[in-house]
Design a protein around this ligand. Structure first.
Ligand code: CTP
Ligand code: MN
Ligand code: MN
Length: 508
């Protein structure tokens, strides 16, 4: 039971005006953060964070509140807490509408998007939620490899991991793989924690977390921001590298070369008279569309198109959506598919036939086929992925394009996205199509589901602990000179002596 400050109970009902911090960027939206279980310090930090990003946060609950956000409370708990604080039932907060009662996941997603994301069922508080204090695991028992942990998509430490991921990205832009991996590993450990880290002291015991990362965590918990990350984000180099590497077909080295040659924006690239690859040319041509996240609904429409094309040639073809969507993401930068059939002979020429057919129907804006080049996994890195693959850009017909992905119902977003409205009746979507022989399917499924860090950790574990090499073709025992067959992903985990991790917990 939490004591209720007498002072607040006595306070008269405040008018909406004196409740609101300076008007924010999102008129009509007003957040109230529930202090119960969140604690005053964290509530203060989250309030400051939201205000910096232009959100209005009410210091006290009132009729003006549109989004009630709480952490680790059930709906019942929040409603009765509000009732005790305000002396009236929480559901009847407004005359026309009740506010949304939301989990912190809505808040963290909105903060990272820089705008209020639309409210979905998964954000809404449910009746009963497990009490958090009991699952505060002993930090010293955290497993060292990402593939030994469960890492859900929505987790409790996004404020910290967002910053660590900025530092990781900046390290990769500076060509330091070691530092990139250090920040990524620390972020991954935090994503797997079943509770929010609340003090720097707790961070002391975290595995895979070096001195630099701990200092960053301390700074975020104490000051609410990390100066190093803020400076990096504001730097010209970081911004240019992020912009250039977001172009399809452009890696860190190419981006760095362009930066060194003086390019600072997309227009500058034209001035440099660059020798672009076909891929990069397509990436630049469809840049605006490809920057927009692909929604799950759009991914489903793409799946229908791909399935239809493949079934023209092999009616009982098997197709699986992999990548981020298989891990439960609601949006992604592309859509990944794995294609297989129990009779390998049906796969010969299939991808080319299906792609040519889709091309003839005007469904493709770009495609690049890579032939199968089976590279057995003999090195401890696991070798290259050698499946037959088509890297494509689809023209998803407008009837299939979801409108207004980002709006919160009834909340204006200040018209900031108006210029992104495309003038054509399709939208460009990046798609990866991968064909695998049936015997390699479990390995390909495991390899193409990700996350990238989960895959890296799985391969590292396999080599360090089992002296086996793993890639998306198979598992190889160099000593016995044999490949280990598997009929499912579960088989592979079992063989490696790992507990099975479902795709939704592979967001390492
Ligand atoms: N992958 C791979 N070989 C490639 C490209 C990707 O094996 N040439 C694997 C990656 O390791 C990853 C998965 O395919 O596990 C999906 O990659 P990608 O689409 O880049 O990332 P997602 O996790 O799907 O993220 P997003 O939702 O942004 O697309
Ligand atoms: Mn993907
Ligand atoms: Mn992909």
């Amino acid at each position: 039971m939490l004591p209720i400050p007498v002072k607040r109970r006595k306070k008269e009902s405040p008018t909406p005006n004196d409740l609101h911090a300076p008007p924010g960027l999102f008129p009509g939206l007003c957040i109230f953060l529930v202090e119960r279980r969140m604690g005053a310090a964290r509530r203060g930090f989250l309030t400051a964070l939201a205000q910096r990003k232009g959100f209005t946060v009410a210091p006290e609950f009132s009729d003006g509140v549109t989004h009630v956000v709480s952490e680790q409370n059930s709906l019942d708990e929040v409603l009765s807490w509000l009732e005790r604080k305000t002396g009236r039932a929480g559901q009847c907060a407004g005359e026309q509408r009740s506010p949304h009662y939301l989990d912190i996941s809505w808040f963290t997603e909105s903060m990272s998007s820089g705008r209020p994301v639309s409210v979905e069922d998964r954000h809404c508080l449910q009746g009963i939620m497990p009490a958090p204090s009991s699952d505060k695991a002993d930090l010293s028992t955290i497993q060292p490899y990402g593939c030994q942990r469960r890492t859900p998509l929505i987790h409790h430490n996004a404020q910290i991991t967002d910053v660590l991921e900025i530092l990781a990205r900046a390290a990769s832009f500076q060509g330091s793989e070691v530092r990139q991996l250090g920040f990524t590993r620390a972020a991954s450990v935090l994503k797997s924690l079943p509770f929010p880290l609340q003090s720097a002291k707790e961070a002391e015991d975290l595995p895979m977390c070096g001195g630099h990362c701990k200092a960053v965590i301390r700074e975020i918990l104490e000051d609410g921001v990390c100066r190093e990350a803020e400076e990096l984000k504001a730097s010209e180099h970081y911004q240019c590298m992020e912009l250039f590497t977001s172009i399809f077909g452009v890696g860190v080295q190419t981006a760095e070369r362009w930066y060194k040659d003086g390019a600072r924006n997309l227009k500058d690239l034209q001035g440099l008279n660059l020798k672009l690859t076909e891929e990069q040319r397509a990436g630049l041509e469809h840049f605006t569309d490809l920057r927009l996240p692909v929604t799950l609904g759009e991914a489903d429409r793409i799946e229908d198109l791909v399935r239809g094309a493949l079934q023209k040639f092999v009616p009982d073809i098997q197709i699986t959506m992999t990548g981020g969507f298989r891990r439960g993401k609601q949006q992604g930068h592309d859509v990944d598919f794995l294609i297989t059939h129990p009779d390998d002979s049906t796969l010969t020429g299939l991808l080319k036939n299906a792609v040519d057919w889709m091309d003839s129907k005007g469904l493709l804006l770009y495609q690049h086929m890579k032939k199968r080049s089976h590279a057995p996994p003999r090195t401890n890195k696991g070798g290259m992925d050698g499946h037959e693959t088509c890297y494509a850009i689809f023209a998803l017909p407008a009837s299939n394009v979801e409108e207004s992905k980002s709006e919160v119902p009834g909340v204006s977003l200040n018209g900031s996205c108006a210029s992104d409205v495309p003038s054509h009746d399709w939208r460009a979507v990046r798609v990866d199509l991968v064909v695998t022989p049936h015997s390699e399917y479990p390995y390909a499924l495991l390899g193409w589901t990700g996350s990238k860090h989960f895959e890296r950790e799985l391969r590292r574990f396999t080599w360090d602990k089992k002296k086996l090499t793993l890639n998306s073709h198979g598992l190889h025992d160099a000593g016995k000179k044999c490949f280990i067959s598997a009929t499912s992903e579960e088989d592979i985990f079992t063989y490696l002596g790992l507990q099975y991790v479902p795709p939704s917990d592979r967001n390492a």
